[in-house]
Design a protein around this ligand. Structure first.
Ligand code: ADP
Ligand code: ZN
Length: 611
């Protein structure tokens, strides 16, 4: 095992992060946040990086891995993701290896040799494979310089996607004291971040949070009325693009696929009930063909890093804000506009509550999950900028974004300042120590044991809000939560707490507005749908089509996903700039030397033909 830090390798001038970015990966500049993380890892500081999907996490560890002297071990939960990452690196001329149960024994041995012989600097594997005593001692002999934990939120019980096999990874620090640990996640609230950093590097090291904002995603939520109509309206201007429609049940994925097929779309159902070959074939079609709609349960998606998914539609309420954020986050990873729509109905809410009750976990866990669901419902009901509400959940915020349903088409608002003062006063009078149910009992003047025992019937706010029904207050509180006036303390049994914004309403005369929420009716207009902006001219668009089909041929020959050949953003830049020589082509973002040599001539030819 490694017991001491090794000195930094000697870097010649080209062997710098920016040099590797340009000369190997073919990109001109770092994206926000990448360089800082790379620098930390190069100087061997363990780092937890929280970055939105599509921000470019992979390069943040791949570049230090290329620059490092010792091998890098990347822990990744999914086989498909491992294969795609390895293929992506090889396409850029960086040798990498992946060991997993989907490979034959011989293949795994061959991959392992690549690492021991020093040909491959990166080795990808699953946590359960890494953490066996045999593998650990073999890895110890490799003296890795860097461990990368992808999807690091899976290590935390605070997060919604805890995986027991991840818990073992908290031993990495003590097993490999000389190695740097890098952890990446796209979803982690504050408590989860602290927990991850504690587990992986005992809180020593840095946490870098790079905002959760995905400004290129249009956000919209609508009550479910007639899902077929609503879905068709949403898909109307998206027929030429790829997207995902998420459904709660397997049966619904099949029903929706059949419905869309009858409407002339290339729709494929995907769920865990299908035989694995069929599932794999469906996924391959989605990855390699254009304009496929995947109607899927959440079994589909983790590890799908197709960069040009143009929309995600939820036909049912997702499981939590984290799940929602992760699911919509699969759209628009290339940074170009993508649209999202979530439809939710009362049935969904009931079903979600039922799931939580039935999942057999302890009461604390159930309570936490119910509170998570409350936060999601609050998000559905918010009347102000939806993006701000989403970011607020992740301890961030933004100005009204102009790219969500509420900004584009603001709902009608009522003044609720007096009602809010009453609510906030009740929360304060009860010591910010109770959940919504009890606070509502206080303001509505209920006579129950909890009230009398605590003498809450003597408070000034007792009964002061009885003119409004319980359902009104529930919705009102959800809106106050969504607006960041209140927060739910999950560590303290989900009690409501006042935030600075609430103080502003109570003492500084700030107004509080709310939307009176009525239950969805059939008459409610279907979700509005904006065109996915398409800034290419018709001529460039035609060339893009030709480049995409060339890419598909090349990808099929090599048996890799299309974007491993070139991502969409690169093809679009080609269609616009129409490079006429290899030299000009090398100036396009995403064309590194390896790809230039391998595909350059073919693309130049296709561009010349399209001129
Ligand atoms: P994440 O893992 O954060 O979701 P990826 O690492 O898959 O994101 O990167 C998303 C896309 O952005 C990929 O197609 C990647 O090649 C591209 N990308 C990453 N960094 C850059 C950069 N500096 N310039 C241009 N494209 C980049
Ligand atoms: Zn907005």
């Amino acid at each position: 095992m490694l017991t001491e830090s090794r000195p930094l390798p000697d870097l010649d001038a080209a062997a710098t992060p920016i040099g590797v970015l340009r000369d190997i990966f073919g990109y001109a500049a770092f994206r926000a946040g990448q360089e800082e993380i790379i620098d930390l890892l190069v100087e061997r500081t363990s780092t937890l990086a929280v970055m939105p999907t599509g921000a470019g996490k992979s390069l943040c560890y791949q570049i230090p891995a290329v620059l490092g002297e010792r091998p890098t071990i990347v822990v990744s939960p999914l086989l498909a993701l491992i294969d795609d990452q390895v293929a992506g690196l090889r396409a850029n001329g960086v040798e990498a290896a992946g060991i997993h149960s989907g490979h034959s024994r011989d293949k795994n041995i061959e991959e392992w040799r690549k690492v021991t012989s020093g040909r491959a600097k990166l080795l990808y594997m699953s946590p359960e494979r890494l953490m066996t005593p045999r593998m650990l001692s073999a890895i110890g002999r490799l003296e890795p310089g860097l461990f990368v934990v992808d999807e690091a939120h899976c290590i935390s019980k605070w997060g919604p996607s805890f995986r027991p096999e991840y818990e073992q990874l908290s031993r990495l620090g003590e097993l490999f004291p000389g190695a740097t640990i890098a952890a990446f996640t796209a979803t982690a609230d504050n408590a989860t971040r602290i927990d991850i950093a504690q587990k992986l590097f005992r809180g020593e090291g840095r946490t870098i949070v790079h905002g959760f904002d995905r400004p290129n995603l249009t956000l919209a939520v609508a009550p479910k009325a007639d899902w077929k109509k609503q879905l068709l309206a949403f898909l109307e201007d998206k027929r030429g693009h790829s997207g995902i429609v998420y459904c709660l049940s397997r049966r619904l994925t099949e029903e929706v696929a059949a419905f869309l097929k009858a409407e002339g779309m290339k729709a494929i159902a995907y769920h865990a009930g299908q035989p694995s070959e069929e599932r794999k074939a469906n996924q391959d079609r989605f990855m390699s063909e254009d304009a496929v709609v995947m109607t899927a349960t959440i079994a589909f998606g983790m590890g799908i890093d197709k960069p040009d998914i143009r929309y995600v539609c939820h036909l049912n309420l997702p499981g939590s804000m984290e799940a929602y954020y992760q699911e919509i986050g699969r759209a628009g990873r290339d940074g170009m506009p993508a649209e999202t729509l979530m439809l939710y109905g009362l049935d969904d809410i009931r079903m979600r509550r039922q799931f939580i009750e039935n999942d057999g976990e302890d009461d604390m866990h159930k309570l936490r999950e119910h509170k998570r669901l409350d936060a999601l419902l609050a998000y559905c009901e918010v009347a102000s900028c939806r993006r701000d509400a989403l970011l607020t959940y992740f301890d961030d915020s933004c100005e009204p974004c102009g790219n969500c349903d509420n900004c584009i088409d603001p709902p009608k608002m009522l003044d609720g300042t007096e009602l809010a003062r009453l609510l906030f006063a009740a929360i304060q009078e009860t010591g910010q120590a109770f959940g919504a149910a009890h606070v509502i009992d206080v303001i509505r003047g209920s006579e129950n044991q909890k009230i009398t025992e605590r003498r809450h019937d003597t408070l000034s706010t007792y009964g002061a809000g009885k003119a409004q029904p319980k359902s009104f207050w529930q919705s009102f509180i959800r809106q106050a939560l969504a607006g960041g006036f209140l927060s739910v303390n999950l560590q303290k049994y989900g009690c409501l707490e006042l935030t600075k914004r609430a103080q502003g309403v109570m003492t500084r005369g700030h107004p509080f507005q709310y939307r009176h929420v009525s239950m969805p009716t059939k008459a409610e207009k279907s979700a509005r749908s904006r065109a996915v902006p398409d800034s290419l001219s018709e001529r460039d668009g035609e060339l893009l089509g030709a480049l995409k089909s060339l890419r598909l041929d090349l990808a099929r020959e090599r048996n890799v996903p299309a974007y491993v050949v070139f991502p969409d953003a690169t093809l679009i830049e080609m269609a616009r700039a129409r490079p006429a020589s290899l030299d000009e082509l090398s100036g396009i973002n995403g064309v590194g030397p390896k790809k230039l040599g391998e595909y350059g001539e073919k693309f130049i030819e296709a561009i010349a033909e399209g001129a």
